[in-house]
Design a protein. Structure first.
Length: 255
């Protein structure tokens, strides 16, 4: 139900709010999330020693609180996308820049378990094996959320076509990768990054696709939201805790 609510909000053009969970796998952490703060969480095993399966108990706790749980895939392979979508509310796939590749990634999410020649026929012209198969897959994948990550200049060039793919309701920018690709590594306040984010947001919005970018500060997150971002992704659970502790204890030490 939480995935359906998230997907419907994206389709309606609403702004949705989320964070990354990167280090915590204990389901009870959800008890400390404020009500009406989060629409979704993206769990990620990037930059740590965890596997996505470690986050599954957390997924069910999030769903019980009405929060959709998406998972950032390890790879950019369609089979891995399908596997993730079978266990989580949807997939966030890194470094998508080619239209044909993006089409197959989306199909692995929203047309699963269709594969092989039958899938190629559907992608070529909508020739389903039967009406019953089409209806079955439509029902099975109705609540699946698929979000490609745009993390290169090439991905931005192909964004119009990527946003036209059935099943793409949002695109998500990874600022580290895209700034490295642009030649301005980790310069998150650089005018060129701000400009390319505006282009991504505007191009996506024209096709009724939400766009957003991860940032670790409220100021950068708000700046992008004010540019028109409808996929608002702020920090991760560890950074939020670090910042809250730093602010509080700095005050205490001043006395």
């Amino acid at each position: 139900m939480s995935a359906r609510i998230l997907k419907n909000k994206l389709i309606r053009g609403d702004t949705v709010y989320g964070t990354l969970i990167q280090h915590s796998v204990t389901p009870s952490i959800v008890d400390f999330f404020p009500d009406n703060a989060l629409d979704f969480v993206i769990v990620t095993a990037e930059h740590n020693a965890l596997d996505l399966a470690d986050f599954l108990p957390l997924r069910y706790a999030l769903n019980a609180k009405g929060i959709a749980c998406l998972a950032r895939t390890h790879s950019r392979e369609p089979d891995d996308v399908a596997k993730v979508c079978d266990s989580f509310d949807g997939a966030v796939v890194p470094y998508v820049e080619d239209y044909e590749h993006a089409k197959r990634l989306a199909a692995a999410a929203v047309y699963r378990p269709l594969k092989g020649k039958a899938l190629e026929q559907v992608l070529a012209g909508g020739a389903w094996p039967s009406d019953a198969t089409e209806k079955y897959i439509e029902n099975k994948c109705a609540d699946t959320v698929f979000i490609p990550m745009i993390e290169s200049v090439e991905g931005v060039k192909n964004l119009d076509k990527i946003c036209s793919i059935p099943g793409v309701h949002a695109v998500f920018v990874g600022p580290n990768d895209i700034t490295v690709n642009m030649g301005i590594p980790n310069e998150y306040d650089h005018p060129d990054l701000i400009a390319i984010l505006q282009k991504i947001i505007d191009d996506a919005n024209r096709q009724h696709v939400a766009a957003g970018c991860w940032f670790g500060t409220p100021e950068q997150t708000l700046r992008t939201q004010r540019q028109g971002a409808r996929l608002v992704v702020y920090a991760n659970e560890s950074l939020i805790m670090k910042n809250a502790m730093a602010e509080a204890f700095a005050l205490f030490r001043k006395g």
